[in-house]
Design a protein around this ligand. Structure first.
Ligand code: IPM
Ligand code: MG
Length: 366
């Protein structure tokens, strides 16, 4: 058994949390006799500084030949002004990877941890037990549209636009993965859209409804308007299970869902190119914490590594079919939190290294 992993720390705190996560991967893989064939490379700003490009062709080639990519985070004010010819995927090394690998199904998991109930913005009784997966479509919509630009009218008025467009086949393939994820959990899914206003959202609702009715009649499907979904998630976080959302709404809702965990630093994600009924995902998938590069705390060793560590857990689950080992890592995180390990984003003082050591210690004891 061997898993080919490409680690791309990226920018800001990315390399720090990836270091922690790789240490956990080494221990976890060792416990199940899995050989990890690891290579590392630079992404986005880090690649720009060394090579003058956000991602090198060699890196893309390596990505295609991998089973799994572990990404830290990308971006920072130093590179925000750089504009490259071409679509949005050319402006960002991570967007390029998502586009190239066609990892359209993004699974973002957030949960209320018992040990952190006093550190979220919610009353503990209101958030206890909340456990939410936001399924975010990752390769379409306004975020990847070619229909974008700025027109300048004769009087000098500038008009900028990014068309939000979805085809039925894009919605179908994504909805299938979403329903499958819901089926493996509690058989409940909430699809969000603004079909009261937008044509692309009307099609979204129609197609999701069709896929649900014809292929997943056992999964309970409810539709919410996005604004209402966000409001309801704030008031009743335990009422949500799996949420199905297009690219932009999923970006917003997944950050919002992090409030139940107390910090965005706690959230992992899996970006999948498919999800077979059984067995591991075929082809490279990207695993990354949901948080950003946080340049303000770069290099201080205080970033929360849990989002990256849990990303390794779901890497083993989806790309290796090792759901049991994934659960053990999650339990180790829970154990470390219960033992009092808390990083600064949550009001604690444990460093990235201490938190990682805490998780590894718990993992070994399980
Ligand atoms: C995320 C991030 C990215 C996104 C940015 C950095 C382009 O916010 O992964 O959620 O919007 O997809
Ligand atoms: Mg985001």
């Amino acid at each position: 058994m061997s898993l080919k992993v490409l680690a791309l720390g990226g920018d800001g705190i990315g390399p720090e949390v990836v270091d922690g996560a790789l240490r956990v991967l080494e221990v976890a893989a060792g416990s199940i006799g899995l050989k990890v064939d690891l290579s590392e490379d630079l992404l986005h700003g880090a690649a720009w500084e060394k090579y003058g490009t956000f991602i090198r062709p060699e890196t893309l080639q390596k990505a295609h030949a991998s089973d799994a990519l572990l990404v830290g985070a990308v971006g920072g004010p130093r590179w925000d002004h750089i504009v490259i010819d071409g679509g949005p995927e050319e402006q960002d090394g991570l967007m390029k990877l998502r586009h190239e690998l066609d990892v359209f199904a993004c699974v973002r998991h957030s949960r209320a941890w018992e040990a952190l109930l006093g550190r979220t913005p919610f009353l503990p009784d209101r958030v206890r037990g909340a456990d939410i997966i936001v399924m975010r479509e990752l390769c379409g919509g306004a975020m990847f549209t070619k229909n974008r630009g700025v027109d300048i009218a004769p009087g000098g008025d500038r008009r900028a636009y990014d068309l939000n467009e979805y085809s039925s086949s894009e919605i179908e393939r994504f909805a299938r993965v979403g329903f499958e994820v819901a089926r493996r959990r509690n058989g409940r899914i909430i699809s969000v859209d603004k079909s009261n206003v937008f044509m692309a959202c009307k099609l979204w609702r129609e197609v999701v409804e069709e896929i649900g009715r014809s292929e997943f009649p056992d999964v309970e499907l409810v539709h919410y308007f996005t604004d209402n979904a966000i409001y309801q998630m704030c008031c009743h976080p335990t009422a949500f299970d799996v949420i199905l959302a297009e690219n932009l709404f999923g970006d917003l809702l997944s950050d919002q869902s992090a409030a139940i965990a107390g910090s965005l630093g706690m959230l992992p994600s899996a970006c999948l190119p498919n999800l077979p009924k059984q067995g591991p995902v075929s082809g490279p998938a990207i695993y990354e914490p949901v948080h950003c590069s946080a340049p303000d705390i770069e290099g201080q060793g205080i970033a929360n590594p849990v989002g990256a560590i849990l990303s390794v857990a779901i890497m083993l689950q989806y790309s290796e079919g090792e759901g049991k080992c994934a659960k053990r890592i999650e339990a180790a995180v829970e154990g470390a939190l219960n033992a009092g390990y808390v990083t600064k984003d949550l009001g604690g003082s444990h460093t990235t290294m201490e938190m990682t050591d805490g998780v590894i210690k718990q993992f070994r004891a399980l």
